[in-house]
Structures are given as structure tokens and as C-alpha cells.
Write a protein of this length. Structure first.
Length: 323
């Protein structure tokens, strides 16, 4: 049985005028223990909204439309925010947020922030036992542990802050860790160190599975086992990292790769090509393929016919003309 399952998940925002913004539409995938899934797509495609749904944390104005999220055989849908905070967050699903500096309370030391996580779930532990648990976890992260734990966030480097967030997020050994662009504000050297540390924690079974969200497809080749590409709230392609980076089949995946600078073999010296146009307004009903107005391969029927996910070889592609 899969460790993490997403079944036809759809989410929408409700505006104050009563309109529904369909931010995530019919997303499905499964993950097994030890797997890293990368999710990529341009800003506004639904990545961050999907994160809220994957944690079961749909707070107004975000509402679940349909579907389910199952962690270790247990559904996260239909629960109250209090149940999610007590029984799911940090225990079953944990998040490494984008922007470590903004995620950490600047007025509290790192050890106190870490202590809060344990205390909110395991009140009966002694302070000494909790501190040892925190110290041991931070030792795995390869930092000057005593100094970091007794520091305020502003006293740490960007890399130390990011490691601290990862340490705090994984204290309770969750089944799933969702990393929302955890390397976006870091230099290349620190990015490599953070990614290496993530692999080490996964190997040591600190957590079982991971979703790594970014807009950089080439980066995911070095991080993820599989990649899921999203466009306008839908999954448009899902396959192995090698397939999507070197042999994309959906026109949007091809366009996304062409729009990026890449040091991968065969892409050096190639000038990035902008994707003309803009994503559709998700308040409006979209009759055909959502990428059709921007697609240079589009057929006339693409603008009126809804595209469904289909199997092409051994990957999933939302395009009737992908081969």
C-alpha cells in the first residue's frame, strides 16, 4: 500500500462576491516510502494551494471541492482545524516553508521554537528529555548545535536558518515532509548542502516521503525520483525526473524547460525562450485545454475539447496529441 495517496483532489477559493476560484483541479498521485516527488510550474499554477490541501488544512477562503488525501491509510479530509493541528501537522505531515527568515519568530531563540513543537504534541515529556531530542536532531544537520539553539534567527546565516527550519519541521518524524521551495533564497553552494542534508535525513528514516516544490525543473533532476508538472490548477505531466527534464512530452513542460537557463548536457549555450501569453482566469469555466491559447502546437479542437490525463509510454500526460 502506498504511504501517501492523493485521489482526485480539487480545491477552490470562495471570493466575497460568491465566485469560486478553482485553484486545484482533479490532482491524483501515489507515493511509496523513500520516494521524493517534485512538483513544478510557474507562479499561480496551484502549487502552494495544493500544499494546504495535502496537509488537510483548508481554512477559509480555501475549501475542499472533492477528493481525498490519505496518509498511511488515514484520510485527512473532513477534519476540523483543531484535529489537523493536534493529530496531523508535524506528526503525519510537516512543511518546510519558503523563506526561513519569515517562518521563524524573530523574538524567540531557536531552542524555544523547537520546544514549542514537542510541547504542543507531547506534553508529558520533561524539559531535559525534550532538549536532548532537539539537540540530537540538530546534530544530524551538521551545525554548531549549542550556538544555533541559543541564537535568535537574526544571528544566524541564511543556511543555518534553513537548516533550523528543517530540524524543527522534522522533530516528530512525520511520514510526509512538504518542502515549498526550500532552496530559493540560497546560494548554489548552500543549496547543494541543504539538498544533501535532505537526502541524509530520508536515508536515516527521519521521514518517509517528501514532496519538493519548485519552479526550477532542472533542479528537480538532482532531487526528485519523479516530477509532477502543474499548469492552471491541473497536473499536465507526471513521470520520472529524467523523462521530464530530457524528454518532455506535454507542450507546457517543453515550454517550461525552454524558458529556463540550464547547465544540463545539450542545453548549454541555448538561449531561454519566453512563454508568450498568461495563464487563464480560474474563476471562468474553461472549455478546452487550459494551455491551448499559449501552445504553439495547438489544434483547433484543443480550444473546445477538455483534455484528460492519459498514459503515454510509462508516464501521464494531459494532451491528446502528445506522443
Amino acid at each position: 500500500m502506498a504511504t501517501f495517496e492523493v485521489k482526485n483532489l480539487s480545491l477552490h477559493y470562495l471570493t466575497r462576491f460568491g465566485a469560486k476560484v478553482h485553484a486545484v483541479s482533479d490532482v491524483s498521485f501515489e507515493m511509496n516510502e523513500g520516494e521524493i516527488l517534485g512538483i513544478a510550474g510557474e507562479s499561480g499554477c496551484g502549487k502552494t494551494t495544493l500544499v494546504s490541501g495535502l496537509m488537510g488544512l483548508c481554512l477559509p477562503p480555501l475549501y475542499p471541492t472533492s477528493g481525498d488525501v490519505i496518509v498511511d491509510g488515514e484520510s485527512l479530509m473532513g477534519r476540523t482545524p483543531a484535529e489537523i493541528r493536534e493529530n496531523v501537522l508535524s506528526r503525519k505531515v510537516s512543511m518546510i516553508p519558503q523563506g526561513a527568515f519569515n517562518a521563524l519568530n524573530p523574538t524567540r531563540k531557536i531552542k524555544d521554537l523547537a520546544m514549542d513543537v514537542i510541547e504542543s504534541h507531547e506534553e508529558n515529556q520533561s524539559k531535559k528529555a525534550m532538549y536532548k531530542r532537539i539537540y540530537d536532531r540538530f546534530e544530524l544537520l551538521g551545525m554548531d548545535t549549542a550556538r544555533v539553539l541559543n541564537s535568535f534567527p537574526v544571528q544566524l546565516t541564511a543556511g543555518e536558518r534553513q537548516r533550523s527550519v528543517i530540524g524543527i519541521s522534522t522533530l516528530l518524524n512525520p511520514k510526509m515532509v512538504i518542502a515549498d521551495e526550500p532552496t530559493s533564497a540560497l546560494d548554489v553552494t548552500t543549496q547543494k548542502q541543504i539538498i544533501g542534508m535532505i537526502f541524509d535525513l530520508l536515508e536515516k528514516k527521519v521521514f518517509s516521503t517528501m514532496i519538493f516544490i519548485t519552479h526550477e525543473l532542472p533542479l528537480l533532476r538532482h532531487v526528485a525520483d519523479r516530477i509532477c508538472v502543474m499548469y492552471a490548477a491541473e497536473v499536465v505531466e507526471l513521470g520520472t525526473a529524467e523523462q521530464l527534464v530530457f524528454d518532455p512530452r506535454h507542450p507546457y513542460t517543453k515550454a517550461l524547460m525552454s524558458a529556463m537557463l540550464s547547465a544540463e548536457e545539450g542545453a548549454k549555450g541555448r538561449k531561454p525562450e519566453a512563454i508568450e501569453g498568461a495563464p487563464p482566469n480560474l474563476v471562468n469555466e474553461i472549455a478546452g485545454c487550459r494551455f491551448a491559447p499559449r501552445c504553439k502546437y495547438a489544434h483547433p479542437e484543443c480550444k473546445v475539447k477538455k483534455m484528460e490525463i492519459r498514459i503515454v509510454g510509462d508516464r501521464q500526460v494531459r494532451c491528446d496529441y502528445a506522443e
